[in-house]
Design a protein. Structure first.
Lengths: 267, 381
């Protein structure tokens, strides 16, 4: 009896969680004229998608989002992995303060820092540039990567590095061939999560970028025109926009949980 | 080939002086044991030799040439770590083969295969080659770690307490096996770190006793056991540890006696010792007696022995540990377990002054020990 109730509760929650996605999917296949009259029964159409791709802009937005998000994550990995290693292995003054500073990037709401950043960006010509957006995205992507990987590096006993050195490997080879494989779960999980943060970011590309770098999140605003709201097109745009992250998350779901809990190495 | 000279090495970590002016010479092909309690600096010294730590002062010479500027991977040293430090993401075969895959010691695939098989068979782990470290027991991991070190022929082997995490029986077995490997196939200078005095006495050609970063004594097993340079060394070897009491030297009718527990009559000082002690400035000395040098009797008809009470009696199979309290002092004796003792039972002790060790009360160093009786006691087990 209890099991049946539990399954029912889980089903209800699943429906609650997934319904918005389903609804959005349905809307994307509905014609504008049928939008307010029908609920589940309607004649599906690909009109919305057609308009999206016909105009050609949308592909551009999608690619923009891809460039800045992937770029931000790659930069964070290149910078974050050594930083995490240093924070884990070396003792230096201000170590904990620096580590906490990285974490604190996530504490500040974006709105709070956006105005000073806007002025700085304007002054230095970073406004509406790919570099500018990738750089500001570090506030989103870097902290998680550093904190997760620091935990991973701390778990790896230094003796493993010593053993590899004595086996005849240079420091760099030890890093690549011994350390990186051991932090892989954490790296994959935190990189993926950071990618999602960057992909979904709205405030930064809205205020720190203009015509040149338009992400899908900002582009969705277009569909809110003054007279009507093209729900169908907006739904189609959003569906395509979330596709990468949903697919990624589904494929790496298993690694996500495992990778985010430290404790990869034992024995 | 592989002689090592550690010259004046000091190393400090923050506030702790881990190594204090350490000077050691290890001969080629020697099995050299570095023995000391936890925290003495043994691992730090190994790390300095391996190049993992740079000493603050001092130099390390291998084959007469300084190696201070060489990175760990350039020093041709192999090490077995206390916690094995196996690569968790590689299986046993790859762990053992790791040195032969490195850019420095690379060998062709066929050679690697042959060597790994040879080592695995030697260490009896050839059935485990596909497994991963997480799937092995401690004893198996230890053999894999040994295999990884043995597979190439370095100038020096460093072993950091390799047997410490094994259960007692396995430790016994591995000790014998190590001895065999060492005499047969190793033929290489080995520095072996342990805090177990039995391992030190059984395996070492020479032993260096280290305490708090300083070398107390370097000598053969026989030397450190029968001629300890200080009280620390004397107490470090032997179980139960040597009983050391403080007393005062007094002169009485031409003979020198040791005043212990207010009964100097019972403790005459041997003549050759007395000659040395005459020159010693202080009258206070510390005297050590190994358990064998103390005889015990339940009754004292002639009243010539030291009276005490049994504090505890701990049977351990064939032998037992008997603790006797005399005044404030406890004497630890190893006795046969055939005769049992009650707590608080009166007991009387007789001391063999001819075999006593006399240490300075201020520095702890050995002052004298009687040579009168030759034909020393047999080697302890």
């Amino acid at each position: 009896m209890l099991k049946w109730l539990r399954n029912l509760a889980l089903l209800a929650y699943a429906a609650f969680a997934l319904f918005p996605l389903l609804w959005m999917l349905i809307i994307s296949f509905k014609h504008d004229r049928e939008m307010y009259h029908t609920i589940f029964l309607f004649s599906p159409t690909l009109e919305n998608y057609r308009v999206l791709f016909e105009k050609g802009d949308y592909i551009g937005y999608f690619l923009n989002n891809l460039w800045v998000s992937a770029g931000a994550v790659i930069l964070s990995i290149v910078v974050g992995v050594p930083a995490a290693y240093a924070l884990a292995r070396f003792k230096f003054r201000g170590r904990e303060s620096i580590a906490f500073t990285f974490l604190s990037f996530r504490f500040a709401p974006e709105i709070m820092v956006i105005l000073p950043l806007f002025l700085i960006y304007q002054r230095f010509g970073l406004y509406d540039t790919y570099l500018g957006i990738i750089w500001v995205y570090q506030l989103l992507t870097l902290p998680l990567i550093i904190w997760v990987l620091r935990g991973y590096f701390e778990e790896i006993p230094p003796e493993i590095e010593y053993a590899a050195r004595l086996d005849g490997y240079s420091w760099f080879r030890v890093f690549l061939k011994t350390l990186v494989p051991l932090i892989k779960p954490g790296l994959v999980a935190s990189a993926l999560l950071s990618f999602i943060f960057a992909w979904n970011s709205f405030t930064f590309p809205l205020l720190l970028a203009g015509q040149n770098v338009v992400t899908t999140t900002v582009a969705a605003l277009q569909y809110l025109s003054s007279d009507t709201v093209h729900y169908g097109q907006m739904a189609a745009a959003v569906t395509i926009s979330i596709l990468p992250e949903v697919l990624l998350a589904l494929f790496i779901q298993k690694h996500l949980v495992r990778g985010l809990s430290f404790g990869a190495v034992k024995g | 080939m592989g002689d090592l000279w550690i010259r004046g090495v000091s190393k400090r970590f923050d506030r702790v002086l881990a190594l204090d002016d350490v000077d050691l010479q290890v001969n080629n092909r020697e099995f050299f044991v570095l023995f000391g309690p936890t925290g003495a600096g043994k691992t730090t010294l190994l790390n300095v030799i391996a190049g993992i730590h740079i000493p603050d002062r001092g130099h390390v010479y291998l084959n007469g040439r300084p190696v201070d500027h060489l990175e760990p991977n350039e020093r041709d040293v192999a090490m077995v770590f206390e916690n094995y430090a196996l690569y968790p993401h590689l299986n046993v075969f790859e762990n053992i083969a790791s040195p032969l895959y490195s850019p420095r010691y690379r060998q062709p695939k066929e050679v690697v295969r042959q060597e790994v098989m040879r080592i695995a068979r030697l260490l009896d782990i050839d059935a485990l080659l596909e497994r991963f470290p997480a799937e092995l027991s401690n004893g198996q991991r230890q053999r894999v770690a040994l295999g990884r070190a043995l597979i190439r022929r370095p100038e020096v082997f460093l072993m950091d307490e390799p047997l410490v995490h094994l259960d007692a029986k396995l430790r016994h077995q591995m000790r014998a096996e190590l001895k065999e490997i060492q005499s047969q196939s190793l033929d290489t200078t080995t520095i072996y770190v342990t805090h177990d005095y039995r391992e030190a006495l059984s395996l070492g050609d020479r032993i260096a006793v280290i305490s708090r970063g300083r070398i107390e004594q370097v000598g053969t097993p026989e030397e450190v056991y029968h001629r300890p340079a200080s009280e620390f060394v004397a107490k470090a070897f032997g179980d139960p540890e040597m009983n050391v009491v403080e007393g005062e030297l007094i002169e009485d009718s031409g003979r020198m006696y040791l005043d212990l527990f207010g009964q100097p009559r019972h403790f005459p000082v041997p003549d050759d010792v007395r000659n040395i002690l005459d020159h010693h400035s202080s009258r206070a000395v510390r005297v050590g007696f190994r358990s064998k040098q103390i005889r015990f009797y339940p009754e004292d008809p002639e009243g010539k022995w030291l009276a005490g009470r049994v504090y505890s009696f701990e049977p351990l199979g064939a032998t037992a540990i008997l603790i006797v309290k005399v005044g404030d002092h406890s004497f630890r004796l190893r006795v046969s377990s055939e005769q049992s003792w009650e707590i608080d039972q009166p007991i009387h002790l007789a001391f063999d002054m001819d075999r006593a060790f006399f240490f300075s009360a201020s520095t702890g160093k050995l002052l004298a020990r009687s040579e009168e009786r030759k034909g020393d006691v047999p080697w302890p087990s």
